[in-house]
Design a protein around this ligand. Structure first.
Ligand SMILES: *[C@@H]1O[C@H](CO)[C@@H](O)[C@H](O)[C@H]1NC(C)=O
Ligand SMILES: *[C@@H]1O[C@H](CO)[C@@H](O)[C@H](O)[C@H]1NC(C)=O
Ligand SMILES: *[C@@H]1O[C@H](CO)[C@@H](O)[C@H](O)[C@H]1NC(C)=O
Ligand SMILES: *[C@@H]1O[C@H](CO)[C@@H](O)[C@H](O)[C@H]1NC(C)=O
Ligand SMILES: *[C@@H]1O[C@H](CO)[C@@H](O)[C@H](O)[C@H]1NC(C)=O
Ligand SMILES: *[C@@H]1O[C@H](CO)[C@@H](O)[C@H](O)[C@H]1NC(C)=O
Ligand SMILES: *[C@@H]1O[C@H](CO)[C@@H](O)[C@H](O)[C@H]1NC(C)=O
Ligand SMILES: *[C@@H]1O[C@H](CO)[C@@H](O)[C@H](O)[C@H]1NC(C)=O
Ligand SMILES: *[C@@H]1O[C@H](CO)[C@@H](O)[C@H](O)[C@H]1NC(C)=O
Ligand SMILES: *[C@@H]1O[C@H](CO)[C@@H](O)[C@H](O)[C@H]1NC(C)=O
Ligand SMILES: *[C@@H]1O[C@H](CO)[C@@H](O)[C@H](O)[C@H]1NC(C)=O
Ligand SMILES: *[C@@H]1O[C@H](CO)[C@@H](O)[C@H](O)[C@H]1NC(C)=O
Length: 710
């Protein structure tokens, strides 16, 4: 007891004795830090007054300034501009970064990300802030070379210098300085121009000195040449992202120790040659992305020991051939497999059977579309209970669609179009699919697949957004179950064997539809342009080749104001073309051929500036060709044949400088082929073929083909 008191007393005396001196030292040092912060502030432009609090005596209370709570020194300056891209300009600090920051001798953390020191050189003195552990300089609009002095920051753990907004304006032509960052754990220099630095392999040697490194991000940095992953020193590296560069060769030293590597992203480069076998030794990998390269040959059977893999993306390598490697079927942790847009062949049964034997299957995303895969969809697919997205479109698969699909209760997307399916799809195929959002079946051969559901089917899902059942036998009745869907954006029933009257309720689904294709059926009723709501969002409307009658409503500009593509050809639509059609200024394609339209053309075409295709042929239209057609600078195809137009061609047509094809045959034009027709033609450009059917007396059924450029 007494002893304790004595020690406390001595400490008290000792502190009391030294106190004034210690405090004086600290005080002057602290005053210097305050002055330094104020000078720093004075150099900045601060349009949104973020640093308003920087005036009181105690700078430890200032916003964005963090002091050590014992020593009272500035430890952290966090000036990251928190706002997003759209609003960031307004809140960004700019101006000059004053070297007074060097007075902050205890600064461990500096973040200036999202502020914009437009085009100026990154200050060399950052390299003198030698206590720094964290330095974040993303999107700071610095230009020129990264000062090699940064290599003096031997305590630095985290360095981020990315330039997404001013991509590639910042460079580092020689990465030697990097090897000085002996404590570095995370390095991120996405979008920094490293083109010069990578003109030899030395940059890798410099990086290889960073033996504490766990994360390396150098995406979109113009790195080129060959990438030799022999980072003998980087035994802690777990994340490597070099996507979006220009690498051509990938070399893996078979003895390389990258045991900790969890993520390897090398997508969007120019890698050629085959996928290296040595990847097989990266047994900790969870994510491997080699997509969008030029890799060739078969995918090697390297996945036996990669049991942690959950994302494998080898898609968009058009020269990857052969079958799915055996060992893929053993990846029980796999969540995403993307081998789309390759040239893979063979079947998928072995792979799916393999996965279905896992105690727990994890596969959520299976993208194999645009390959050359054959064989059937295996029954075992129904065991992969986690599946949310299946894309197998545009392959050469065939056979029946297994009913076991109906067990995939999490399925949101089923896209298996462009294969040779046969047999029937029934209600059982959808038994538990309550989350289905996108359904595209669309067999490549017509009507070999029946969509066989009862007329009063209520599907377990109600949130379908896209449906494409083209080429399936959906009819003869119009599928009434789509009434139950609340979020439809795209409906495609092209050539679906529907022989029915379009139900009244259908038009009320238009409100939220952007895409409607009902072409090549035998659907009857009034041409369904009479949407009765206030205004629909529909862009693409194609009801061509059906049995629709009625006329084009005169308020179409108000009910379908966003149309870009209107095709009602090959029906029995009658009446005149209302001038309101010119109010749909987004219209690019207007095809109303082979109907019973009559009357003369409206005189307002100049408003349809985006119109590229106008096909009104094979109707009973009459009158003269309006001058305003000549205002359509975007027009490529003008088809007015098989009508009863008369008079002269307006010379304004000379102004349609993009015209590729004009067909005016089988009308009652009285004039001769005008001389200027030869003048518009040179504007048609190379290879353009102008086909002019001109039905004046002497030109009846006479076609002139004019070829230019050759
Ligand atoms: C001082 O700061 C450290 C970490 O910044 C914190 O853990 C500690 O609780 C603080 N001490 C006081 C007395 O505020
Ligand atoms: C900092 O780095 C530069 C260039 O790398 C070097 O010339 C200089 O001596 C270094 N300064 C200190 C204080 O280490
Ligand atoms: C990248 O830097 C090199 C030299 O370092 C330069 O020649 C090249 O033009 C730069 N590229 C871009 C896109 O800025
Ligand atoms: C490995 O890292 C250490 C420490 O940074 C360094 O001294 C050594 O040169 C490096 N070895 C290689 C082969 O780069
Ligand atoms: C994996 O590494 C071992 C040595 O650790 C090596 O003998 C073997 O060839 C490597 N495997 C592949 C496929 O490169
Ligand atoms: C797809 O397979 C067929 C034979 O079944 C072959 O002729 C064709 O070249 C293959 N296509 C691709 C892109 O591999
Ligand atoms: C299967 O997954 C569930 C949930 O993810 C987990 O609780 C269970 O332990 C797993 N079983 C096995 C055998 O891995
Ligand atoms: C359609 O389904 C019904 C009832 O489930 C069945 O009787 C009929 O055979 C099926 N038709 C086809 C073509 O599969
Ligand atoms: C259109 O979408 C709105 C908002 O999502 C929704 O309230 C409305 O019911 C939908 N209408 C139709 C016909 O699907
Ligand atoms: C549109 O027509 C449908 C079916 O005829 C009807 O149920 C709906 O109430 C009509 N909507 C409006 C806004 O008139
Ligand atoms: C639609 O067209 C008619 C006739 O041309 C016109 O009177 C009306 O103002 C137009 N409505 C809109 C919203 O443009
Ligand atoms: C013209 O339209 C009629 C129906 O209106 C159709 O029977 C005929 O085949 C069409 N002719 C051409 C050449 O398209």
């Amino acid at each position: 007891m007494a002893a304790t008191t004595f020690i406390q007393l001595s400490l008290f005396l000792l502190l009391g004795f030294l106190g004034p001196y210690a405090n004086a030292g600290r005080a002057s040092c602290v005053a210097a830090e305050r002055r330094a912060l104020l000078s720093f502030k004075n150099g900045l432009k601060d349009p949104s007054n973020r640093l308003a609090s920087w005036q009181t005596e105690d700078f430890c209370e200032w916003k964005y300034v963090h002091c050590n709570n014992i020593s009272g020194h500035v430890e952290k300056l966090d000036l990251r501009n928190p706002l997003d891209y759209d609003t960031y300009e307004g809140a960004a600090l700019g101006g000059k970064v004053n070297p007074s920051l060097m007075e902050l001798k205890y600064l461990e953390y500096l973040d200036l990300s999202g502020n914009c020191f437009r085009g100026s050189q990154m200050p060399m003195f950052f390299g003198s802030l030698n206590q720094l552990r964290h330095l974040y300089l993303s999107d700071t609009c610095f230009g020129g070379q990264i000062p090699p002095q940064l290599g003096n920051l031997s305590n630095l753990n985290y360095l981020t210098i990315t330039c997404l907004r001013t991509a590639l304006e910042l460079r580092s032509d020689d990465l030697r300085w990097i090897s000085g960052l002996a404590s570095l754990k995370h390095l991120n220099m996405d979008y920094v121009n490293l083109s010069q630095a990578s003109s030899d392999d030395h940059w890798l040697l410099h990086v290889n000195k960073l033996s504490s490194l766990t994360e390396l991000h150098l995406t979109n940095s113009l790195l080129q040449g060959s990438l030799t992953l022999s980072f003998t020193n980087l035994t802690h590296l777990s994340f490597l992202d070099l996507s979006g560069n220009l690498f051509e060769a990938l070399v893996l030293n078979p003895f390389v120790k990258l045991d900790s590597l969890v993520t390897l992203n090398l997508n969007l480069n120019k890698f050629k040659g085959s996928i290296p076998d040595a990847l097989a030794n990266l047994t900790s990998l969870q994510q491997l992305d080699l997509s969008a390269n030029g890799l060739e040959g078969p995918i090697p059977d390297i996945f036996v020991k990669m049991t942690s893999l959950h994302t494998l993306n080898l898609g968009s390598n058009i020269n990857l051939v052969g079958g799915l490697p055996k060992s893929l079927g053993g990846l029980c942790q796999l969540k995403t497999l993307d081998l789309s847009e390759n040239s893979m062949s063979g079947g998928i049964s072995e792979f799916v059977d393999g996965l279905s034997r896992c105690a727990n299957t994890s596969l959520e995303v299976l993208y194999l579309q645009n390959n050359n895969l054959t064989g059937p969809l295996p029954d075992s697919l129904g065991h992969l209970k986690s599946l949310t997205n299946i894309k197998l479109g545009r392959n050469k698969m065939h056979g029946h669609i297994p009913m076991s699909l109906g067990r995939l209760s999490r399925l949101e997307e089923l896209e298996i179009n462009g294969n040779s399916w046969e047999g029937a799809v029934s209600e059982a195929h959808f038994a538990t699919l309550k989350n289905l959002k996108r359904l595209s079946i669309f067999p490549s051969s017509s009507k070999s697949l029946v969509f066989n559901v009862s007329s009063n089917w209520i599907p377990p899902f109600a949130g379908l957004e896209l449906i494409d059942l083209s080429n399936c036998r959906v009819g003869p009745l119009f599928p009434s179950w789509i009434q139950t869907q609340r979020s439809l954006h795209q409906i495609t029933f092209d050539n679906a064997g529907i022989k029915d009257t379009l139900p009244d309720w259908f038009t009320s689904t238009y409100a939220n539809l952007s895409f409607l294709v009902l072409s090549n059926n035998q659907i009857r009723g009034t041409v369904p342009l009479k949407y009765n709501g206030s205004s629909s969002q529909i862009n693409v409307f194609d009801v061509g080749h059906n049995l629709f009658s009625g006329s084009i409503p005169s308020n179409i500009n108000e009910t379908m104001p966003m149309l870009t593509h209107l095709d009602a050809s090959r029906n029995m639509v009658n009446g005149a073309i209302p001038s309101s059609i010119c109010g749909i200024t987004s219209l690019g394609i207007l095809i109303l051929s082979s109907n019973q339209l009559s009357g003369s053309l409206p005189h307002c075409w100049e408003k349809l500036e985006a119109l590229q295709i106008l096909d009104l042929s094979n109707n009973s239209l009459s009158g003269t060709i309006p001058d305003s057609l000549g205002s359509l600078g975007s027009l490529l195809f003008l088809m007015l044949s098989r009508n009863s137009f008369y008079g002269e061609l307006p010379s304004s047509l000379q102004n349609c400088s993009n015209l590729r094809s004009i067909d005016l045959g089988e009308n009652n034009f009285s004039a001769e082929l005008p001389k200027w027709i030869g003048k518009i033609s040179p504007a048609l450009g190379f290879y353009a073929c102008v086909q002019i059917h001109f039905a004046a007396e002497f030109l009846k059924s006479f076609a002139i083909f004019l070829r230019f450029g050759y």
